[in-house]
Each structure stands twice: as structure tokens, then as C-alpha cells.
Design a protein around this ligand. Structure first.
Ligand code: PMP
Length: 358
């Protein structure tokens, strides 16, 4: 079957996205960190208008000029410091070849977003995986020695733990000649954002998404904030690959979502409140719950294996995420849903624990 594949393609180990059920079942879906609330009505209205005005016959603006302006205004940076892509995965996939070289290993944590090693392997960029501490906090020291670049998720995934300003600045300052990429996919739920540091550090690139905080995982819009030099590199790689990655509907909807600040704040706050409630309930059941600044919790139970809970939850219609990987195979990552969904989750978990421990 693979005889027509290139040698390179045969050697690839792709990223495995979380399950999107296709069996028509009604699941409580807590496995891919989607937002449980619908997108802003302003985003939906903007998409409808863009779909109805006949303009879809035309290519979209390859530079996403209006959207970049809206993002820049919302984050108090200049439009020239903004790059937009088809989801932050695409922005990351362009950033790796834009900033990292095959002759110098880059560094990221051993427990972090599992797409980083996939991108690195795809582009032939060597990497060192720095072990997180026992409680999954990031040790700063091993990230300071010279290397080809650093990739940090803040808050980290799948742990939810955040890095503070001091740690971030120490790492950025230690690599003034290389790019430090901070992936802020989950920044909208309370962690310190490095966007404030972009004007000070020309080697800092912050990557964000509208998939989580803005409830737009289905629209595919992500962006990067960085100095003009870094943004020019991203545009160079993008225009060597696909000039129009962000379609007209996505550009329109993203502007609507960015401009509806009140809706965003309201839904993000609800998730933060539900996160605190859920963490508390899970701790009362005997779960160890990592401190989380994200829209998910990373949890383990001493008495019942995570895989068993994963299967038990699935049988009862609740999807969560589990990885069969060193260090984390006894953990589940549970996305924060609505209050009602989390109450159901907690009731089912109590039942599963009772069955298993009795
Ligand atoms: N970074 C991290 C840490 C993530 O968990 C995700 C979501 N899987 C992404 C980036 C990509 O998100 P998106 O492509 O939807 O913007």
C-alpha cells in the first residue's frame, strides 16, 4: 500500500487528534478542550453576512488586513506584529521551519503538546525533551543553556500548569539570538500572557488561537504576535506554501469574535468558575488535580487506573482524553464543560469509584 509513498512520508509519525465521534451518539464531549458555549452572536452574524454577500467567488485577503487590525487593537500591538493562520496548529507548523534549523537542537518539555515533536521530526529539527518536575512544573534552569530555540506552552498542555513572568523572561533573555516560542492556546483562562513582552524582546513569538477562549475551534483561526522581523519570516514560509490559508468566512467571523469582548469575558469567567467547582469535587473524591490555568484539568486517582475510568466514562457517554505514554498514563485530561456537564461527570465518576472500590 505504501509503495507509492515517498521515503520521507513512510518515515512520518503523525499527530493523533482527539476523537470527534461519528456514530451519531450524544456524548458529553470533554476530550478536545472545546468551549462548551457557542461562539459570539457577533461572530455568527458576521459569517452569515460574509456568506450572503456574493464575495465568496473572490479569493480572501491573503494578508488578513482587517483581522490583523482587530487583533492588534485588542492586544495593544501594531498590525505589523500580527500574523494569522488556519488555526494555531498551522501557525506552529510555519514557525518551526521559519525559526529552527536542522543543525541545532531545540528544547521543549517532556510532557507538553504532542504536536511539537511531530513538527520537529517533519522538518528534521533535532530536539531535547526537558523533564518536568515530579508535580509537572517546569524547571527553568535546563531551559537556559544555549540551544537552537525553545518552545513552551503556557499554560502547559496537558497539565494546565502556568509559567510566571519571571520564569518566562529568564528563558527569553537566555536566548537572545534564538526564537523562544510561547504557545498561548489556553491563555484566555487566567495565566500571565507574554504578549506584553513582545515589544521588548525581538526573539519572542507568542502563538494564540480562537479555538478555545472564543469558542471557534470549527472556524480554524490562530495567530502569532511578534516583532516585525519574525512576522516577515512567517509570511515568507506561508507564501511558499499557501497564500490563502484563512478564508473569507473565517476572517469575518474572527473579527466578530474578537470585537465582542463582553461575550468573551462572560464565557471565559464561567469556565474559570466551573473549573474551580470541578477541581474541588474531584479532590473530594480522592483525585490528585494539577493546578490548572487552562480550560481543562489533569487528574489521577491512586486507587483506580486512569484507563479504567476512561473506558467506564465512555460506556456512560462521557469522552475525556488519555495518553498511553510514560509518566502520564495514569492521568486523564478533562475539558471543562458547562456546570451541568461537570455535575454529570462527577456523579458518574463517583459511581465508577464506588463500583471499583467496593
Ligand atoms: N497548542 C496547544 C497547546 C493545543 O492544545 C492546541 C489544540 N489542540 C493547539 C495549539 C492548536 O489549536 P488550534 O489549531 O485549534 O488553534
Amino acid at each position: 500500500m505504501k509503495e507509492l509513498w515517498s521515503e520521507r512520508c513512510r518515515g512520518l509519525t503523525p499527530y493523533i487528534p482527539g476523537e470527534q465521534p461519528k456514530d451519531g451518539g450524544h456524548y458529553i464531549k470533554l476530550n478536545t478542550n472545546e468551549n462548551p458555549y457557542p461562539p459570539s452572536p457577533m461572530a455568527v452574524k458576521a459569517i452569515r453576512e460574509a456568506a450572503g454577500d456574493g464575495s465568496l467567488r473572490l479569493y480572501p485577503d491573503p494578508a488578513c488586513t482587517q483581522l490583523r487590525r482587530a487583533i492588534a487593537q485588542s492586544l495593544d500591538v501594531r498590525p505589523e506584529q500580527v500574523f494569522v493562520g488556519n488555526g494555531s496548529d498551522e501557525v506552529l507548523s510555519l514557525a518551526f521551519p521559519a525559526f529552527f534549523d536542522p543543525d541545532r537542537p531545540i528544547r521543549f518539555a517532556d510532557v507538553t503538546y504532542s504536536f511539537y515533536p511531530v513538527f520537529a521530526d517533519f522538518y528534521g529539527i533535532p530536539y531535547e525533551e526537558i523533564p518536568l518536575d515530579e508535580n509537572f512544573s517546569l524547571p527553568v534552569e535546563p531551559f537556559l543553556a544555549p540551544c537552537g530555540g525553545v518552545v513552551l506552552a503556557n499554560p502547559n498542555a496537558p497539565t494546565g500548569r502556568e509559567l510566571d513572568e519571571t520564569a518566562l523572561r529568564a528563558i527569553i533573555e537566555a536566548h537572545s539570538d534564538r526564537v523562544v516560542l510561547v504557545d498561548e492556546a489556553y491563555i484566555d483562562f487566567g495565566a500571565y500572557s507574554a504578549v506584553k513582552l513582545v515589544s521588548r524582546y525581538p526573539n519572542l513569538l507568542v502563538v494564540r488561537t480562537l479555538s478555545k477562549g472564543r469558542s471557534l475551534a470549527g472556524l480554524r483561526v490562530g495567530f502569532a504576535i511578534g516583532g516585525e522581523g519574525l512576522i516577515a519570516a512567517l509570511n515568507t514560509v506561508k507564501d511558499s506554501f499557501n497564500s490563502y490559508p484563512v478564508d473569507r468566512l473565517a476572517q469575518a467571523g474572527a473579527i466578530g469574535a474578537i470585537e465582542d469582548v463582553a461575550y468573551f469575558q462572560c464565557t471565559a469567567n464561567k469556565i474559570i468558575t466551573t473549573r474551580a467547582y470541578t477541581a474541588n469535587e474531584l479532590e473530594r473524591m480522592g483525585f490528585h488535580v494539577c493546578d490548572s490555568a487552562a480550560n481543562f484539568l489533569f487528574v489521577s486517582h491512586d486507587k483506580v487506573p486512569a484507563k479504567k475510568l476512561l473506558d467506564g466514562l465512555r460506556e456512560r457517554g462521557i469522552l475525556v482524553r488519555w495518553w498511553n505514554k510514560p509518566r502520564i498514563s495514569n492521568y486523564l485530561r478533562i475539558t471543562i464543560g458547562t456546570d451541568e456537564e461537570m455535575k454529570t461527570l462527577c456523579a458518574v465518576l463517583r459511581e465508577l469509584l464506588r463500583e471499583d472500590l467496593s
